[in-house]
Design a protein around this ligand. Structure first.
Ligand SMILES: [Zn+2]
Ligand SMILES: [Zn+2]
Ligand SMILES: [Zn+2]
Ligand SMILES: [Zn+2]
Length: 230
């Protein structure tokens, strides 16, 4: 419940009393007693009273009932200029205007006026547009989340594929290394067993022959043999 609305006339007499009604003309609250007085006095008899509950609905909507140039109540309406005016406005700005009528008269049927209907339509459309924008932005927000996840997934996938490529490459290089290692090993083995062993055998043979020559050949044979074997 918003704060209490106090009775204006009672407040003027420095009494605090809760208002039950609100006078839309005097713009103040009225307790039950003051409401009766308000309704009985000739000048205020026809003032439109609303319940304080209803007043709370429009309490925060600021509509000035006074002329901002003269700070007097707006009482007239100039049809020519389509503007509400106070008594002070007429001599200065609307002296020549032929169609100045009372504001009450102009405001008759305001509830059913096309201006009000247009305003309500405009507000409805503006609200729809705003809701559309809010929906769009909400969807965009969700899209952003989705896009972030997609990019994350792509990065993870790419990383996994690069790692797999590296693993495959490593595997391939190891295989190649094994092959080359085996090949080199067998070549060295072959060299060792075939060629070097052969050379060893040949050298042993020559050494044996040289020893035989030394033992049994003539000096000339030995002389020639030494040079030929070298
Ligand atoms: Zn009162
Ligand atoms: Zn009043
Ligand atoms: Zn004025
Ligand atoms: Zn005018």
């Amino acid at each position: 419940m918003s704060h209490l609305i106090l009775c204006g006339p009672c407040g003027y007499a420095e009494n605090k009393k809760n208002a039950e009604k609100w006078c839309t003309i005097c713009e103040e609250g009225l307790c039950t007693d003051c409401e009766q007085v308000h309704k009985s006095i000739k000048t205020t008899r026809n003032h439109r009273l609303i319940s304080t509950e209803d007043f709370r609905q429009i309490q925060n909507i600021s509509i000035s009932l006074n002329c901002k140039d003269h700070n007097k109540r707006l009482e007239l309406y100039c049809k020519t200029h389509d503007v509400a005016v106070c008594l002070g406005c007429v001599p200065s700005h609307h002296r020549a205007c032929s169609d100045v009528i009372s504001l009450d008269k102009a405001a008759e049927n305001a509830k059913h006026s096309t201006a009000l209907a247009d305003l309500q339509d405009t507000l409805t459309i503006a609200l729809q547009n705003l809701q559309q924008i809010i929906n769009d932005r909400s969807a965009a927000l969700e899209n952003l989340d989705g896009q972030k996840q997609t990019i994350k997934n792509t990065i993870n996938d790419t990383r996994a594929r690069i790692m797999k490529k590296l693993d495959d490459l490593e595997q391939k290089i190891f295989l190649e290394l094994d092959t080359q290692h085996g090949k080199c090993k067998s070549e060295v083995n072959k060299l060792l067993t075939d060629r070097l062993k052969n050379s060893e055998r040949d050298l042993n043979c020559l050494k044996e022959q040289t020893s035989q020559l030394k033992l049994f050949a003539s000096d000339v044979q030995l002389f020639l043999g030494t040079r030929q074997i070298n």
